[in-house]
Design a protein. Structure first.
Lengths: 196, 161
């Protein structure tokens, strides 16, 4: 009579294997995405002073009071343009289901851009509220220019609650991000299977 | 006596061996290794990638990114010679044709296109155009939450620094 554990051992067909792999040193979360202190307050400020006015203007089919850009192409075009005197805020829904390959372009684009950009990662669920602001694809990205129509008090509050990331991470050497990648391999010479 | 020896040996074997864990798919679970076997090669590749990125971003005088491309070419050759693995996140930063490090606004222009007639969101593609003319295409519309095997957090175990 064989135990349950023994039956389980006999049914083993694959085993876990590990392979060393090198990760991109500049995709480190600490390097690229800034840390937001008091995330609920920042989310509430953005919702009440940025998203709601934009959503109201969109629903009433009015010209928006804020200078806002939605979507990946529009944001990239703005950041690649010649430097403007006005600072900008870039709100990114990096916790929602936005493609990772698209999001990975944003932090390095912000670092390289000649504009004064404050990158603000938003909490989960913000992507759904951005849907109310525009009918086009927004990719979880909203860029707002801090011109005369943007409340300066809100701008100060937002900047104060966002820690700046490592500026120009390529200027300082960081240690290798070496990891073990797990996968499975077939067990070819299993004596227990052979004896059956 | 022979039976006793057999029994004794069995007991000893039972004491020294731990019961192996098997998951629901019939896969034998093995603990991850504590060190990487080819750590030196990977560190060398990491240094070359740093150099290539630095020269691409900081050196504006070099129009053809000759030095940065040379470092990236070395990275590619060493990686192949030593059979080392790189994550998709790192490989996406290198152009396979001209060996440039792909930095937006410097050597690459990213854009999202939709070439379908009805402009369905399912057909959206992220295109990274290198200055050499080669482009990398990532279909992002079909499954926005797609992650490669190596990008899933549970499959990667980072060695302690």
């Amino acid at each position: 009579m064989s135990s349950l554990k023994e039956i389980q051992q006999n049914t083993v067909r694959r085993k876990q294997v590990y392979k060393p792999i090198l990760d991109n040193p500049f995709t480190d979360e600490a390097h690229m995405w800034p840390y937001v202190r008091d995330q609920p307050l920042v989310a509430e400020l953005v919702r009440s002073h940025v998203i709601e006015p934009l959503a109201h203007a969109h629903s009433m089919k009015l010209q928006s009071t804020l200078n806002a850009h939605y979507g990946f192409n529009s944001v990239v075009q703005y950041l690649e343009s010649p430097p403007t005197p006005e600072p900008v805020f870039l709100f990114v829904c990096n916790r929602d289901s936005v493609p990772g390959v698209l999001l990975s372009q944003i932090p390095i684009l912000v670092q390289v851009s000649s504009c004064d950009v404050t990158l603000i990662p938003m909490p989960r669920g913000t992507c759904a509220s951005l849907d109310t602001c525009t009918s086009t694809d927004h990719d979880g990205l909203l860029l707002v220019v801090q011109d005369g129509q943007f409340d300066p008090q809100i701008a100060v509050q937002l900047s104060a609650h966002v820690d700046h990331v490592t500026t120009k991470p390529w200027l300082q050497f960081s240690k290798s991000r070496i990891a073990a990648l797990s996968s499975t391999a077939a067990i070819s010479s299993n004596p227990k299977l052979k004896s059956k | 006596m022979a039976d006793f020896n057999k029994f004794g040996r069995h007991l000893m074997a039972g004491k020294s061996k731990k019961a192996a864990k098997v998951d629901e798919h019939g896969t034998l679970i093995v603990a991850p290794p504590k060190t990487a076997s080819n750590k030196e090669h990977l560190q060398r590749l990491n240094y070359l990638f740093h150099l290539s990125t630095f020269h691409t971003i900081a050196n504006d005088q070099d129009e053809n990114n000759a030095l940065a491309r040379m470092y990236a070419k070395n990275l590619d050759l060493i990686q192949k010679k030593t059979k080392s693995s790189l994550t998709p996140g790192l490989k996406r930063r290198l152009c396979k044709t001209c060996q440039r490090t792909l930095i937006p606004n410097k050597t690459m222009s990213p854009r999202v296109i939709n070439e379908s007639k009805r402009k369905k969101p399912v057909n959206r593609v992220l295109v990274l155009d290198c200055v050499c003319g080669r482009s990398k295409r990532f279909p992002i519309g079909k499954n926005p939450s797609y992650k490669a095997h190596a990008e899933k957090g549970s499959n990667l175990t980072f060695f302690q620094k």
